[in-house]
Write a new protein. Structure first.
Length: 314
C-alpha cells in the first residue's frame, strides 16, 4: 500500500491466542504506515473493515517482499509445508489466492489464515468483490517476474494492480463507489504509488527492482549505477523531479474526489491527497535527491496539506 506517514488509530482486538496475536501485529504495522489506515474519527464499523482489508494488503505485500515473520508460521496457516514452501514466494501467493476464494465461498472449509477469516465478515457486509484483492496478489506475482519497466505506460499498468485496488476497496467499504469516483480514486492511488517509488529508489534497487521508466532514465542519461550512488547527481535529480511532476498531475486529477463526498470520509480522502502532496514537498525540499534515504514529510507539513486540500474542495 502507498505510504505517507500519519497517526493511526490502534483498534482493540478481542480474544486471545494466535488470531489475537496476528491482529495485534497487523495493528502495530499499520501504526508505522505513512497514510491514515483507519483514523479515530471514522465510524467504528469503517475502522474495523478498513483494518481487515489492510491486514490482507499487508500480508500479500509481506509475502511478495519476503518480509514474513521467520519460522514459517504464515505458510502453515495457509496450509503449506513451512519447511518446503515457507520461502517459496509464488507458492505462498498461490495459497493466499486459494484462501481468498474460500473467503468468497459458502462451502466448507472456510478460510485458513486468521487474517482471511477476519476479512470474511467485511466482504459480506460491504458486498466486496474478489477483483481488487486478486489485483493485489497479481501485483506481487508480477514483482517476482518483472523488475524493470520500459515505459511510463508499463508502470501505470502495474499501478492498476498494485495501488488502484486499495482506493476501490475504500469506496466499497464506505458505500460511495461510482464510475467517476473510481476514476478519480485511481488517479490518487497511482500518484501515491509513484511517490512511494520515488522515496524508495534505494530500497527498491536493493531488491533488484527499478520503478523508474527505462525510457525516462535513457532520456535523462541515468544508469542503474547512478541510482546505486550514495547521492544523486544532477541527471538523477532531474529524473526524480520529472516523475514527481507526473505524480503531482495525477494528484490534481484525482483531488476532486475529496469534494464529491461529505463528512468524515471527506477528511479521510483529504488525508490521502494531503499525504501525497506533503511527500512531494519533502522530495522537493531534498532537492530531489532521494538516494541517501526516503525524504519524509513532517506531521505539520501533512496537516497543512490536508487543510489546504479541504479548503480547495470544501
Amino acid at each position: 500500500m502507498a505510504r505517507a506517514r500519519d497517526v493511526l488509530v490502534r483498534p482493540r482486538t478481542p480474544g486471545g491466542g494466535r488470531d489475537d496475536a496476528q491482529s495485534r501485529t497487523v495493528t502495530d504495522q499499520a501504526a508505522h504506515e505513512n497514510f491514515p489506515v483507519a483514523p479515530f474519527f471514522l465510524p467504528r464499523a469503517w475502522r474495523r473493515d478498513l483494518m481487515a482489508v489492510y491486514g490482507f494488503a499487508r500480508l500479500v505485500d509481506d509475502i511478495g517482499d519476503g518480509d514474513l515473520a521467520p519460522g514459517g508460521g504464515d505458510a502453515a496457516r495457509l496450509g503449506l509445508d513451512p519447511e518446503r514452501d515457507g520461502a517459496d514466494t509464488l507458492a505462498l501467493l498461490d495459497a493466499l489466492e486459494a484462501d481468498l476464494h474460500r473467503v468468497f465461498s459458502d462451502r466448507a472449509p472456510g478460510p485458513l489464515h486468521p487474517l482471511m477469516r477476519r476479512l470474511g465478515p467485511t466482504v459480506r457486509r460491504c458486498g466486496l468483490t474478489p477483483e481488487p484483492f486478486l489485483g493485489l496478489i497479481e501485483a506481487n506475482r508480477q514483482d517476482q517476474r518483472v523488475g524493470r519497466y520500459a515505459t511510463y505506460g508499463d508502470l501505470l499498468a502495474y499501478c492498476e494492480l498494485s495501488a488502484n485496488p486499495v482506493g476501490r476497496l475504500v469506496l466499497g467499504i464506505t458505500g460511495t463507489a461510482s464510475p467517476e469516483r473510481v476514476r478519480r480514486s485511481d488517479a490518487v492511488c497511482t500518484a501515491l504509488q509513484i511517490v512511494e517509488h520515488l522515496q524508495d529508489v534505494t530500497e527498491d534497487l536493493g531488491r533488484d527492482r527499478v520503478y523508474l521508466p527505462g525510457e525516462d532514465m535513457k532520456h535523462f542519461g541515468v544508469t542503474e549505477a547512478d541510482l546505486a550512488a550514495p547521492t544523486g547527481g544532477a541527471p538523477v535529480r532531474a529524473l526524480i523531479a520529472y516523475e514527481a511532476e507526473r505524480a503531482r498531475e495525477l494528484l490534481n486529477e484525482g483531488t476532486p474526489l475529496v469534494g464529491s463526498v461529505h463528512g468524515r470520509l471527506k477528511l479521510l480522502l483529504a488525508g490521502f491527497v494531503g499525504g501525497g502532496r506533503a511527500a512531494l514537498r519533502a522530495v522537493a525540499a531534498a532537492d530531489h535527491d532521494v538516494l541517501p534515504g526516503p525524504p519524509k514529510p513532517t506531521k505539520l507539513s501533512l496537516l497543512r496539506e490536508v487543510g489546504a486540500t479541504l479548503r480547495r474542495e470544501g
